[in-house]
Write a protein that binds this ligand. Structure first.
Ligand code: AMP
Length: 430
């Protein structure tokens, strides 16, 4: 996989700082390819789906070109839905945290008066649905005459929703030196026509798939809401009695957060990410190798340096950014002749990604039911009962018998004592 760093992109300090804070370790493939061209001022066609990092791919260069001393709208992003407009505005807002760039989403269904007021205060980047943008243009409440960059996000969706005419009207209104960026998951004829009519000599960027072989292993996915991920991870580790697992997160921040959660719950966990010093990383890796750490949480970048055999389970705690990265991740398990297991957590919105991974890898990824809390507890109780029986069979219980006898003398029944112990064990042994 081609890899580069955010440093290679020579971004301004304020944006670098925000990227660092978001915990992005390295640009995604679509960002590596698209950002330099967009910064250069070229028109770009990005063939990329949601989840590939496409928003930052156009958002970072968009923020780089804003002149905050001007009050003009300089970038216009067109999106098919209000949901996407909000998402894009959120992401750009985070990237713009250390700049004074003003960003405003405008979409139908929201009070137009409020939008007009916000527009009057001065905005640099407007993100809107074509219908509502047209509405503002007709009311003359939106001045796009100084827009230098237009982004058509999810262009295929916008055409499917019947926005072609609106898009063309908007583009025709922005004449002069206009940079036009188009992102689309698919490239059907109407999209090609749009790019031919409205882009100049565009560069096409897309993630090119390499041919891969997927090792033979058990691959399953679980549909998990974001906030349930830590619980589900713990249940699976318990139920499958996992002694050695690698858990992939997409950002450094997620790694830190998850390691903290796991440690608080009593798991032998630690994390690896690109910010750690070499000596620190080696220490963590050595502990993982000798079993002091059972759950290693890592980003893709950090995991490249992991050289550990016998990882039982790879968890895709966050969905990988692309199909190839999925294959790289799961390839870390099941070495030394043993079959590995790959578990992927999929939020409801990401189901389509699992489909495209299956298509790409030509393997079946089974949908499994998330084990309930009581499933996990039943399992732990069974395991504990097994251990207790083994210990009884082994004998040497003399001094323990003595303590039990003392409790029996205090009028507790043997049933009380056993149940009390089980309760303590199960709650400690989360
Ligand atoms: P998008 O394709 O724009 O919908 O982005 C999908 C998710 O990936 C968003 O939550 C982004 O914050 C995140 N993301 C974008 N770029 C990176 C990166 N370089 N490293 C890690 N996560 C990223």
């Amino acid at each position: 996989m081609e890899s580069s760093t955010f440093k290679d992109l020579h971004l301004s300090k304020n944006i670098e700082k925000a990227i660092e804070e978001l915990g992005f370790e390295e640009p995604t493939p679509i960002q590596t390819q698209a950002i330099p061209y967009i910064i250069e001022g070229r028109d770009v066609i990005g063939q990329a789906q949601t989840g590939t990092g496409k928003t930052a791919a156009f958002g970072i260069p968009a923020l780089e070109m804003i002149d905050v001393n001007s009050k003009n709208i300089q970038v216009l992003v067109l999106c098919p839905t209000r949901e996407l407009a909000n998402q894009v505005a959120d992401e750009l807002g985070k990237l713009a945290k250390y700049t004074s760039t003003k960003i405003l989403p405008v979409y139908g269904g929201q009070s137009i008066e409020m939008q007009i007021k916000a527009l009057r205060r001065g905005v640099h980047i407007v993100i809107g649905t074509p219908g509502r943008i047209m509405d503002h243009l007709e009311r003359k409440t939106l001045d796009i005459s100084n827009v230098g960059m237009v982004v058509l996000d999810e262009a295929d969706e916008m055409l499917d929703m019947g926005f072609r005419e609106d898009i063309e009207t908007i583009l025709n209104r922005i004449s002069g030196e206009r940079q036009t960026i188009l992102f689309s998951a698919t490239m059907p004829a109407p999209i090609m026509k749009l790019t031919k009519n409205y882009q100049q000599n565009p560069m096409l960027v897309k993630t090119i798939h390499k041919v891969v072989t997927v090792p033979n292993m058990e691959q399953s996915y679980f549909e998990v809401k974001h906030h349930m991920k830590p619980d589900v991870l713990c249940r699976l580790i318990d139920i499958y009695d996992v002694q050695s697992s690698l858990v992939f997160c997409n950002t450094k921040r997620m790694v830190d957060d998850l390691v903290n959660t796991l440690k608080t719950r009593g798991y032998l966990a630690d994390g690896l990410h690109g910010d750690m010093k070499q000596t620190q990383r080696e220490k963590v890796m050595a502990s993982f190798r000798n079993g002091e750490i059972e759950t290693l949480v890592a980003t893709d970048v950090a995991a490249r340096g992991i050289d550990v055999e016998n990882i039982e389970v790879v968890f895709n705690y966050d969905m990988p950014q692309d199909e190839e990265s999925y294959v790289h991740r799961i390839g870390r398990t099941g070495r030394a002749g043993r079959q590995g297991i790959a578990f992927t957590f999929v939020t409801p919105k990401e189901i389509y990604k699992i489909k495209s991974i299956q298509k790409y890898t030509k393997t079946k990824i089974l949908c499994k039911k998330v084990p309930s809390r009581s499933d996990a507890e039943d399992f732990k109780a069974t395991m504990l009962a097994k251990k207790v029986k083994e210990n009884i069979d082994e004998g040497h219980l003399g001094k323990y018998m003595h303590w039990v006898e003392k409790m029996l003398d205090e009028d507790y029944t043997s049933m009380d004592i056993a149940a009390g112990l089980l309760k303590i064990m199960l709650s400690e042994n989360k």
